[in-house]
Design a binder for this molecule. Structure first.
Ligand code: HEM
Ligand SMILES: *[C@@H]1O[C@H](CO)[C@@H](O)[C@H](O)[C@H]1NC(C)=O
Ligand SMILES: *[C@@H]1O[C@H](CO)[C@@H](O)[C@H](O)[C@H]1NC(C)=O
Ligand SMILES: *[C@@H]1O[C@H](CO)[C@@H](O)[C@H](O)[C@H]1NC(C)=O
Ligand SMILES: *[C@@H]1O[C@H](CO)[C@@H](O)[C@H](O)[C@H]1NC(C)=O
Ligand SMILES: *[C@@H]1O[C@H](CO)[C@@H](O)[C@H](O)[C@H]1NC(C)=O
Length: 482
């Protein structure tokens, strides 16, 4: 029998079996073609997935469902549904979808954010939390301040390289914290590791980027088969992933051996468990994985928020001038703003909230997965369903943040007579329940320092063309997981 025929009947069988049990109906949704569902529509639509999902929710409602290869996906469109399901019932919704491509073939199981809900996840999550809980924040501040000053200095020297400088600042801070490693401005070998890794995850990070995510048994096909390109890619990518976790750790081990190691989360973790680096124990891998995760989790996200802020300032000079005036009035020009000044800078706070709302860094967060059968609002949620919270839909909701949600307007977060303030996007954009971003306190401090220092020391303006005329940059995002 042709393999596709087997797939067809197997899926049909599973679907019928499931439907034959007694349970409430599944939420409505786009049916699409049999078996593959609306997969092709999603892949071929010129709209990005969050936009397509908003469209579908207009037709099918707040909680809608589709099925691909017998695999259920439920998309949530409102903050109520997200908080009800992912926060209040967190114990049943903190799993992640099985991602055979990323976790199995690419060897990414060191990444906390992709781990299945399990003891393996729990021990990493606990270790991570020990490092990045609110109580730890004062320890990181001196380094965050230094890194921010260095960023300002680099921007002053070559402002046209702002993209690179923002990324460098974030990378160098987290590497110092994680390994006690000082990143070089140019040609640092570490950056090559990161770049390779970044490219591979761009391509594979969203569940369903590869057929093998839907049909896990495909991982057993030999790499030389025509069409098994994903396997060859995965082999290369698995190498990147291994290097990324192992190389800095080898460097750390060597620097401990020759007594040049700086205090870092790595040395702290080893000391806590009385381990020597390189002993190959279970807890050594946990510490090693945790520091590698903190790098990858911080490296892409915070710079994205900072660059979004810069873009917003360039496109909205009035907002920028208003924020600068506030800093000037409250702080003056004798010193730079610091995290303690947050509450005395309400407009700047609103600018940060609006930055996170205007273009949330992870518009679909990271998918969760239902552990048990459940019902919500009379709809059935089968165990194993991938749950996609469309946070983009929430922060673009006219009824909550409107009007003009596409406009960058911090005023919407400021008290206007009698009007109730909309919720701070921080409540959604860092995710939900037991999976909520554990790096959010660190990220918000970085963001506050960089934003206020930029406002206090620079004016961000449109570039000029050859004739000296301003060129308005287009607000465009490249969409991957981030
Ligand atoms: C503006 C910056 C950031 C944003 C918008 C952000 C957002 C998120 C989101 C949406 C999730 C998924 C939550 C969920 O599944 O419900 C997440 C997970 C995670 N974030 Fe962040 N993050 C940021 C910065 C950071 C930083 C700086 C770190 C590390 C220091 C970090 C570490 C993590 C980790 C380890 C996870 C996985 C947690 C788990 O799966 O249990 N994040 N983040
Ligand atoms: C989806 O939204 C786009 C605009 O982003 C619009 O052009 C399209 O017609 C919408 N489709 C549906 C089904 O509403
Ligand atoms: C989780 O699921 C189990 C089994 O369906 C159920 O008994 C329990 O009440 C659920 N917990 C929550 C918080 O919904
Ligand atoms: C110690 O080891 C580290 C890591 O291999 C190396 O970078 C550094 O140059 C060494 N320092 C000395 C003084 O040997
Ligand atoms: C690992 O986790 C981080 C943090 O959430 C995420 O940004 C990154 O894309 C993840 N990588 C993979 C392979 O899942
Ligand atoms: C889903 O979100 C969109 C965008 O915020 C909103 O216009 C729409 O009314 C929402 N649909 C439901 C059913 O809440």
């Amino acid at each position: 029998m042709h393999p596709l025929t087997i797939i067809f009947f197997a899926t049909l069988f599973i679907t019928l079996l499931r439907r034959s049990k007694k349970h409430p109906p599944l939420p409505p949704g786009p049916g699409g073609l049999p078996i593959v569902g609306p997969l092709f529509h999603l892949a071929n639509s010129k709209d990005l997935p969050p936009v397509t999902y908003v469209n579908w929710s207009k037709i099918y409602g707040d909680v809608f469902h589709f099925s691909t290869f017998g695999h259920d996906t439920i998309v949530l469109n409102s903050s109520k549904a997200m908080l009800d399901i992912l926060d209040k019932r967190s114990s049943n919704y903190s799993d992640r979808p099985n991602m055979p491509m990323v976790l199995g073939l690419m060897g990414w199981n060191w990444n906390l954010s992709m781990m299945r809900y399990s003891d393996w996840w729990r021990i990493h999550r606990r270790t991570f939390h020990q490092y990045f809980q609110p109580r730890m924040m004062p320890e990181f501040l001196p380094l965050q301040r230094t890194t921010t000053s260095e960023l300002m200095k680099n921007l002053m020297e070559t402002p046209e390289d702002f993209f690179k400088h923002v990324k460098f600042a974030s990378d160098s801070a987290i590497l110092q914290i994680s390994y006690g490693y000082t990143l070089k401005q140019t040609d640092d070998p570490y950056m090559a590791l990161v770049e390779n890794l970044g490219k591979s995850i761009e391509d594979a990070g969203n569940h369903g980027s590869f057929w093998v995510d839907y049909l896990p048994f495909l991982r057993h096909v030999p790499a030389w088969l025509p069409g098994a390109e994903f396997k060859r890619k995965a082999e290369t990518w698995a190498g990147y992933s291994r290097d990324f976790v192992e190389s800095p750790w080898e460097w750390l081990t060597a620097s401990i051996d020759n007594a040049t190691a700086q205090p870092s989360l790595s040395t702290r973790g080893l000391a806590r468990w009385s381990l020597s680096a390189g002993d190959g124990s279970f807890m050594e891998s946990v510490v090693k994985n945790t520091v590698a995760t903190s790098y990858i989790a911080a490296a892409e996200t915070t710079p994205c928020a900072i660059l979004t802020f810069i873009l917003a300032m360039i496109l909205n000079p009035d907002v920028q001038a208003h924020a600068q005036a506030e800093i000037n009035d409250v702080i003056g020009s004798e010193r730079l703003p610091d995290v303690d000044d947050r509450d005395s800078l309400p407009f700047v706070k609103a600018v940060i909230a609006e930055t996170l709302r205007w273009s949330p860094v992870l518009p679909l967060v990271i998918s969760h997965r239902a552990v048990n059968d459940d019902t919500y609002d009379g709809w059935f949620i089968p165990a194993g369903t991938t749950i996609v919270p469309n946070v983009w839909a929430v922060v673009q909701d006219e009824t909550v943040y409107g009007p003009n949600v596409e406009k960058f307007d911090p005023e919407r977060f400021l008290k206007q007579d009698g009007k109730e303030l909309p919720p701070n996007p921080e409540l959604f954009i860092f995710g939900f329940g037991r999976r909520i971003c554990p790096g959010r306190y660190f990220a918000m401090n970085t963001l506050f320092l960089v934003v206020t220092h930029l406002l206090a020391t620079f004016t961000m303006k449109k570039p000029l063309d050859d004739e000296g005329k301003e060129v308005t940059p287009k607000a465009e995002w490249h969409y991957g997981l981030i």
